[in-house]
Ligand binder design. Structure first.
Ligand SMILES: [Zn+2]
Length: 124
């Protein structure tokens, strides 16, 4: 933009224009174009700042996504692998309470008791 205006000014100087109203008008237009070009440069500098801010924010969001991804993976492991692999669920025949029992407790021939009503889960 600036280059083109400079070229325009050079062109006008080279034309040896008469010092009349037309020339004044053309010079005024060239001045006007200059200030427009200045405004555009200022604006595009601001846009650059905004764009780099947006880039930074996007980077932050990516980081957050990673952290959230880890957290969600951890939760999945807790819920599905650890919890359901190690525990079986029994419904108390007396009160209907669902009681999680570790596999070890079931296979060892033990006599687990309902934490809600103290009834024997496997009967008397
Ligand atoms: Zn019970």
């Amino acid at each position: 933009m600036k280059d083109k205006i400079a070229y325009l000014r050079g062109l006008m100087d080279g034309m040896k224009l008469a010092d009349d109203d037309n020339t004044k008008l053309m010079r005024a237009i060239a001045d006007c174009l200059d200030s427009i070009a200045d405004s555009i440069e200022t604006e595009s500098a601001r846009v650059d700042v905004i764009e780099s801010s947006i880039d930074e924010i996007n980077d932050d969001i990516d980081d957050l996504d990673e952290v959230l991804g880890f957290l969600i993976e951890d939760e999945d492991e807790d819920d599905e692998s650890d919890w359901e692999d190690d525990f079986d669920f029994f419904t108390c025949p007396n009160c209907g309470e669902v009681v999680p029992l570790e596999e070890d407790m079931i296979t060892a021939g033990s006599d687990p008791i309902c934490p809600n009503c103290n009834a024997h889960l496997f009967g008397e």
